[in-house]
Design a protein around this ligand. Structure first.
Ligand code: HEM
Length: 185
């Protein structure tokens, strides 16, 4: 009998403790710091508007929307589209394989850079991707002005899909970390 009372008392104390605010806080704890990926939508699964019947992380969908929108802005920009002759001729011939590969690699790159956990970047290094000797799809080396134009086009592309100025600023900060690798002229 004494033993039963002791067990009940101990169990009761544990239940009581976990009803206290400090214990509850621990159970429902939010991640200490939200990553940029979280702010872009995070890991919540939503249906993929481009692939019927498939689900996609909301953060990845947001990033892919910005990437694809930006590729279209760059493709229409005479100062930058000269770097992409292979891609443009493929798309003109209705061959979207290069576009899909670029979209995937850029999306993976930004997912990883913004803190996503479920994706990896498997494309070329930033130096190799922007060195015509290592990437024949890159038509010439880019200089600082080209880089700034790229960032300006990214802002236009991001605004087109409704990204807030605050999030654009945070994505821009990531892009700027690649400048010394991309600018090779
Ligand atoms: C001066 C500005 C830039 C120019 C002219 C440029 C140009 C290019 C070109 C021509 C390609 C190959 C496209 C193709 O597959 O046909 C490429 C690939 C790529 N670029 Fe850039 N780029 C610039 C800036 C950036 C920046 C700032 C980033 C980083 C956010 C970036 C990330 C990438 C990635 C991830 C790839 C794909 C690499 C792969 O497929 O292995 N680029 N870029």
């Amino acid at each position: 009998m004494k033993k039963t009372i002791l067990i009940l008392a101990v169990t009761g104390t544990m239940v009581g403790l976990c009803a206290m605010p400090s214990c509850k806080k621990k159970d429902n704890a939010q991640p200490a710091t939200m990553t940029l990926y979280d702010s872009l939508g995070g890991t919540e699964m939503v249906s993929d508007p481009s692939n019927s019947g498939q689900m996609i992380e909301k953060g990845r969908l947001g990033i892919r929307s910005v990437v694809d929108s930006t590729i279209f802005v760059i493709a229409a920009d005479p100062e930058l589209n000269v770097f992409f002759p292979t891609l443009l001729s493929e798309v003109t011939a209705s061959n979207l394989s290069g576009f899909s590969a670029l979209s995937k690699n850029l999306t993976d790159f930004f997912c990883v850079a913004t803190g996503a956990k479920n994706f990896t970047y498997s494309g070329k290094s930033m130096v190799a991707a922007h060195d015509p000797a290592q990437n024949p799809r890159m038509n010439g080396k880019a200089d600082a002005a080209d880089f700034d134009k790229f960032v300006a086009d990214l802002v236009v592309g991001a605004k087109k899909v409704g990204l807030s100025d605050q999030l654009i600023g945070r994505v821009g900060a990531i892009v700027n970390t690649t400048k010394s690798d991309v600018v090779q002229k």
